[in-house]
Design a protein around this ligand. Structure first.
Ligand SMILES: Cc1cc2nc3c(=O)[nH]c(=O)nc-3n(C[C@H](O)[C@H](O)[C@H](O)COP(=O)(O)OP(=O)(O)OC[C@H]3O[C@@H](n4cnc5c(N)ncnc54)[C@H](O)[C@@H]3O)c2cc1C
Ligand SMILES: NC(=O)c1ccc[n+]([C@@H]2O[C@H](COP(=O)([O-])OP(=O)(O)OC[C@H]3O[C@@H](n4cnc5c(N)ncnc54)[C@H](OP(=O)(O)O)[C@@H]3O)[C@@H](O)[C@H]2O)c1
Length: 526
């Protein structure tokens, strides 16, 4: 379907996307300038976070990019199956948690668990997800003026030629942004009905689970597990590493970790750490239990009607590896340098296909980095340090070094900790209504132990903030800026932080807490 001279509104885009998704044989959606056999500056294979941002930046710089995507929409997995449902579910988990704690208190109604349904939230997501897709197709065409071919799988012929939708496209450069897909552990029984991952959960769930066993122990396990538990679906996490101690997560502070994991247990979740899943067992083709070897060596059988896999993702590298011979590392990620160049000149790889965190900032910025290099800039993108977050029923955010890492780097005597609630023997901190902040005010005044945790880590000698850690609500945005400030060459000192203008009642309290201590020539803990 040639859409070049059509100017669809959002409702029309939604209808077109929905009907294309419903019919796997539906025709490609073409937004092409229409000139004879153009040579593009870059063809972006994959129009997800990386491809769409990279192509848009290239267009803004005066280049000519083309995006090809197998789905009938731009934006990729994030709005379709990953971040957006995760945030919807995590927000539901937060609301449900509050409603449970305050059931029949103040103005809260008595909590009715029968109205908290996983299936209903999945349906709510499916009914609404098209609006983000429609917006991105519209914006990329009408506001960003980027050419694209959607609903068409690309075949890479060589590094200058790609075919899709029955057409051949010629290009000077190739940018691979083909994403990743869930990877299953090698255990028997995963083909039983009732075994899901983050993709099949939204695409295929057709019953209300009553008990859940999650395999895996990182972000997906903790976020989806917290949501399932909050709906009333009894959830057990089977994790081979301690939670938040998986290799993928760096700089996790032990006190923050303990507050988060204890909080999950307090809400009724069973968390089996250093446990090995042995098999998923079924009756009549449906899941009935999971056999697990505990840290003690004992084997137990956990009854369940719902198994959820959060065991990570594998990049989609096969086609490019086979056709172009690009180098792929031992973990299955495409090897690139800091300019996103692969081992084959003129071929770039971005987003979840390359090493580093599988996160949106990296996907988008790596796409932009590839585009800027193709357009002649000499730009490197180093993503070794970054702020991070996950959800439980809280928002958990951190940046820089953990306390233990700081002690190792700067020496025990030099590290200064400012935290809330403070660690002081005999102070009865569980009953201290602190932090008392945005999003936890109701808890602070009635269930103080639920009101969060925060810690600032400072190198006492240089007075620079080297780490910040937060459990609560509403602080995530601040961490984007804290990350920038503490990673500048001049860093961020307690003196500068303490002289900032807080928007009281600010969720992380870091500004005013620093101000209380900044007057000390020799800094002290608080
Ligand atoms: C459950 C979950 C929650 C997440 N939540 C967050 C979050 O809150 N914050 C965050 O920062 N990150 C989050 N992430 C990570 C984030 O979703 C990814 O890092 C990001 O989407 C990767 O973008 P990408 O462009 O590399 O790949 P994708 O967005 O996956 O895009 C790849 C595109 O390539 C296309 N494609 C593949 N092969 C072909 C082909 N042969 N021809 C044409 N097209 C092709 C696909 O159709 C797809 O559109 C989450 C991930 C998961 C799994
Ligand atoms: N920003 C966000 O909020 C957000 C949210 C969700 C997802 N994401 C991103 O999406 C990606 C996928 O997330 P994820 O949590 O599924 O994956 P992940 O971070 O790669 O973690 C995979 C988990 O599965 C475990 N595991 C792997 N193979 C296993 C096996 N064979 N048997 C038992 N356990 C196994 C790992 O254990 P070990 O620890 O022992 O290795 C780890 O706990 C990640 O890169 C993540 O950053 C981001």
């Amino acid at each position: 379907m040639d859409l070049r001279n059509e100017h669809l509104n959002l409702g029309e885009w939604m209808e077109l996307i929905d009907s294309s998704l419903a019919d796997p044989g539906s025709e490609p959606l073409l937004n092409l300038e229409g000139d004879e056999d153009p040579v593009y500056d870059a063809v972006f294979v994959g129009g997800g976070a990386g491809g769409r941002f990279g192509a848009s930046y290239m267009k803004a710089m005066g280049g000519r990019p083309l995006i090809i995507d197998a789905w009938p929409f731009l934006g990729g997995s994030c709005p379709h199956q990953a971040c957006v449902p995760h945030h919807l579910f995590s927000e539901a988990a937060e609301e449900l948690d509050r409603m449970r704690w305050f059931s029949d208190e103040l103005f809260f109604p008595k909590f009715d668990a029968s109205r908290a349904s996983i299936l209903e939230l999945v349906k709510l997501f499916l009914a609404g997800r098209g609006s983000a897709h429609a917006f991105m197709n519209w914006q990329t065409k009408e506001q960003l003026d980027v050419e694209y071919v959607l609903n068409a799988r690309a075949t890479i012929v060589d590094k200058h030629t790609v075919t899709a939708a029955g057409k051949t496209f010629r290009t000077k450069n190739l940018v691979l942004g083909m994403g990743a897909r869930p990877v299953n552990p090698d255990i028997p029984g995963l083909d039983l009905r009732g075994v899901y991952d983050f993709v099949s959960l939204v695409e295929e769930l057709d019953y209300e689970p009553t008990r859940c066993v999650i395999i895996g122990g990182s972000k997906v396990a903790m976020e989806y597990g917290s949501f399932f538990q909050a709906t009333g679906c009894d959830t057990t996490i089977v994790s081979r590493s301690p939670l938040m101690r998986t290799k993928v997560l760096h700089h996790v502070d032990e006190d923050l970790r303990r507050y988060v994991v204890d909080g999950m247990r307090q809400r009724g979740m069973t968390i089996l750490e250093e446990a090995t899943p042995i098999s998923v067992n079924g009756v009549d083709g449906s899941v009935r239990s999971v056999t697990v070897r505990l840290v003690t060596g004992e084997e137990v059988e956990l009854e369940t009607d719902f198994v959820f896999l959060g065991t990570g993702e594998r990049p989609t590298v096969e086609q490019a590896q086979k056709t172009l011979g690009i180098e792929v590392g031992p973990t299955g990620r495409v090897v690139v340098n800091k300019r996103m160049q692969t081992s084959v000149p003129g071929v770039y790889a971005i987003g979840d296909m390359i090493s580093g965190p599988m996160e949106m900032f990296k996907a988008r910025k790596s796409g932009v980095c590839a585009a800027r290099n193709i357009m002649g800039e000499d730009l490197e993108f180093d993503f070794t340090e970054f702020p991070d977050f996950l959800h439980t029923t809280y928002e958990v955010t951190w940046v820089g070094l953990s306390e233990a890492e700081a002690r190792e780097t700067y020496g025990d005597d030099n590290v200064i900790i400012i935290q809330m609630p403070p660690y002081v023997e005999g102070l009865d901190t569980p009953n201290l209504p602190l932090p008392c902040a945005e999003g936890t005010m109701l808890y602070a005044f009635s269930k103080p132990e639920l009101s969060g945790f925060q810690k600032l880590v400072i190198d006492g000698e240089s007075r620079k903030v080297v780490g910040a850690h937060h459990v609560g609500y509403g602080a995530k945005d601040a961490f984007q800026y804290l990350d920038f400030l503490i990673h500048r060459p001049e860093g961020l000192t307690i003196d500068t932080l303490g002289w900032m203008n807080e928007l009281f009642l600010n969720p992380e309290h870091f500004v005013q807490l620093s101000r209380l201590r900044a007057g000390n020539a020799k800094l002290r803990h608080m």
